[in-house]
Ligand binder design. Sequence first.
Ligand SMILES: NC(=O)c1ccc[n+]([C@@H]2O[C@H](COP(=O)([O-])OP(=O)(O)OC[C@H]3O[C@@H](n4cnc5c(N)ncnc54)[C@H](O)[C@@H]3O)[C@@H](O)[C@H]2O)c1
Length: 270
Amino acid sequence: MAHNLLKGKKGIIFGALDEKSIAWKIALHCVEEGAEIVLTNAPIALRMGEINKLSEQCKAPVIPADVTNMDDLKNLFTKSMEHFGGKIDFVLHSVGMSINMRKGKSYTELDYDFSHKTMDISAMSLHRVLQTAYQLDALNEWASVVALTYIAAQRVFPDYSEMADAKSMLESIARSFGYHYGMKNKVRVNTISQSPTRTTAGGGVKGFDGFITYAEKMSPLGNATADQCADYCVTLFSDLTRMVTMQNLFHDGGFSATGVTADVINQMEK
Ligand SMILES: NC(=O)c1ccc[n+]([C@@H]2O[C@H](COP(=O)([O-])OP(=O)(O)OC[C@H]3O[C@@H](n4cnc5c(N)ncnc54)[C@H](O)[C@@H]3O)[C@@H](O)[C@H]2O)c1
């Protein structure tokens, strides 16, 4: 059920890899709500070709950009403004990858070359995106930037490993850049802390099945789905949330505020 909340708005969506990606759902919901979008992902991810389906559905061009490459990001923002014939109203950062996790290295045996790459892709990239937009003056006043994060930034989830540190940094960058961009241009920057969700990146976390079931049992409303995350994201891109900035916003069915639930207690008493 669309409400035209993003009518006339123009946005860039990072991170739609396949139909399971949270960014994929967000792209669809933004277009349903009346936005025009540009899709982007790393050149290597685009080679899988799945994004072409989304591109057709959303009538959106795809402009490749590796988030660790400043030339790619400059090209992305410049070409997007050319395509839209003006500045941009919203940006979704839905990018994350742990090289150590991929290589099966636990938190106590990190390879620091891999860690540098993880931090660059998963956290510093938000700074790169914001700095590129800031320097090109690419965002309209009251534009909204949202990055996706996870509660491992605040609490320990052992198998989330170095990504917990990356997410802490990501949330800090959202706050810090949110200050500067708010002062300069009234641009808002927030993070959404989403429930565990079955996607390619999510499935890379060891023990994900147990993890997602535990979160479900620990959330009064259950886990938030990718579609529900897309709905929430639309509100943050809309004009209805203009005074929300520099926040980490939990979208997790109440998980973050719950100590224990009856379900979990019952499980322990078995
Ligand atoms: N799935 C979950 O349980 C969950 C929960 C909370 C937050 N998140 C966050 O949501 C975001 C999206 O993840 P997802 O679960 O939809 O998985 P996903 O694997 O579909 O998305 C991750 C995206 O990052 C992109 N990416 C990786 N390296 C890149 C690079 N160098 N340049 C540009 N793009 C690059 C990938 O191509 C992919 O599209 C991530 O930040 C993730 O940490 C996921």
